[in-house]
Design a binder for this molecule. Sequence first.
Ligand code: DC
Length: 219
Amino acid sequence: MIVTIDGPAGAGKSSVSRRLADSLGFQFLDTGAMYRVVALKGLRAEVNWDDAARLVTFAETLCLQLSGGQVLLDGEDVTQEIRSQKVTQVTRYAAGNVGVRHELVRLQREFAAGKDVVTEGRDQGTLVFPHAECKIFLTASPEERARRRVIDLAARGETVAFDDILQQQARRDEEDSQREVGPLRKADDAIELLTDGMNEDEVLQKLIEIVRRCQHAQR
Ligand code: DC
């Protein structure tokens, strides 16, 4: 069974999707981490971001392990680094690159083949797994999402002003939904969950209910 969870940045998808996968006994795929890792490779190589072909080679030669909440690039733990502001700001070059997306989508399908998976991203229910048995669109208001992001960054030791985050987020929302390839869009058959005012445990309970309903509908 494939459960897709798509939604905008800061909707709290990552941690709750991971917990959902754990509680269902499913594998978890964090597709945002894949785009972030390609961007990190670019940063480290001091790539010219206009060099689209070079970014594609980074995706094609990825040696990536995603397991137990850790992201390993060539065996190195980059879990924290890929979530830094520095990487977040350049990930759009990876996400907007047709060749990179083509390669990462291939890897995502390969990862999910024959498994029970919760997969999280922007295009999972629309483009990567259009036949997924359970599709969820997880979202929250811009203010709520920015508030969560500020708390998240503070926990990592990065102090950023709320208004700056709100602005950056608006730009990312625009880029995410206007992208020519793999834009953020709610699949027609996705169930939407607005998480304003809900804590993570409450969101998790709702998600479990939704998946149970999908499982029931399949029988
Ligand atoms: O979910 P996230 O913030 O870790 O995603 C990082 C970036 O990657 C974000 O700018 C959107 C992009 N992304 C994407 O284009 N397609 C996906 N399936 C997942 C993420």
